[in-house]
Design a protein around this ligand. Sequence first.
Ligand code: AOS
Ligand code: ZN
Length: 388
Amino acid sequence: MPSTSEVRAALAGQRIETPSWAYANSGTRFKVFPQPGVPRDPWEKIADAAVVHRLTGVAPTVALHIPWDEVEDFGKLASHAEEHGVSLGAINSNVFQDEDFKLGSVTNPDARIRRKAVDHLLKCVDIMDATGSRDLKLWFSDGTNYPGQDSIRARQDRLAEALREVYDRLGPDQRMLLEYKLFEPAFYTTDVPDWGTSYAHCVELGEKATVCIDTGHHAPGTNIEFIVAFLLRANKLGAFDFNSRFYADDDLMVGAADPFQLFRIMHEIVSADALRPEAGIAFMLDQCHNIEAKIPAIIRSVLNVQEATAKALIIDAEALAEAQRSGDVLAANAVLMDAYSTDVRPLLREVRADAGLDPDPVAAYRASGYQERIEADRVGGTQAGWGA
Ligand code: AOS
Ligand code: ZN
């Protein structure tokens, strides 16, 4: 059994990055749902992210999205974040909304459009230089809708060429995270549809390129912890975009749909000793809170990751190894299930109290008056959302 102090230290040292866009308005392809008090600019998004960190103690960075979080002076934005007690995390590129990218961005058959896409990605690296961000997260909506629409193989060549140019522009401490997604918005082929494709491109690029696993981007029933284990072994797991899915890319709160899957993922992380920030894996959320209040939903998501992590940390690794060695299938499974069935909330409440935090961050948020304040203050202007 790991000692309680080791478990507590691991939980206290855990880091979870929240996404700027989760604080803004979002919706489905049918409607964007506005909420009162939503930030009108990146400065206000960062202020909200800082509240999540103040209450949970484990969310010190916020991911930006370009161009949604475009500002004139990114150095100033980084200082603003520092003043609020957080810092800027991954830079998320966006080559999926411009009209020009209808038939693809970096894999577009038109060289002019490919150039425009790569230039955007290079600009994102310039922004990283200004913000001090380590990670460039790439997600491409590129793909085709109809057989014959374009050459699948040529698109892979174009992708490799674009990635190479951007990779070569990275500074020594900067990394590329290549995210994959099975489908949507393209429905016939997607140019980076799965971890294998992302992995192969990352291997070709070099050690600064690693895979980002968005938990909502797989076919139903995919064994995500297998992917985690494989990539950890190959030293190619760079990040998670955590969220929950019931059907497709639902972007619901992580741990809401399948807390057991999240536990199994965290078990792979813990058993590879990859939870420590120095292990270099970015644990990010990638969620949209359409109908639920945003800040408490993000806090809830952070707590869900903490709970899954705590359960993974209390697994009796020695008993598990012994059961595995002796081929005792039921005993091995029981070790995992014992940990999963343990109520770790009291432990987490203690860890928070030890850190000088309120043991119940959601209740603390509700009692703080912050929501009422932003609803009263953030009147006028244009609320931030997809495309703004
Ligand atoms: C899109 O489906 C992805 O999950 C990306 O991570 C995307 O960049 C992110 O949702 C911000 O738009
Ligand atoms: Zn994602």
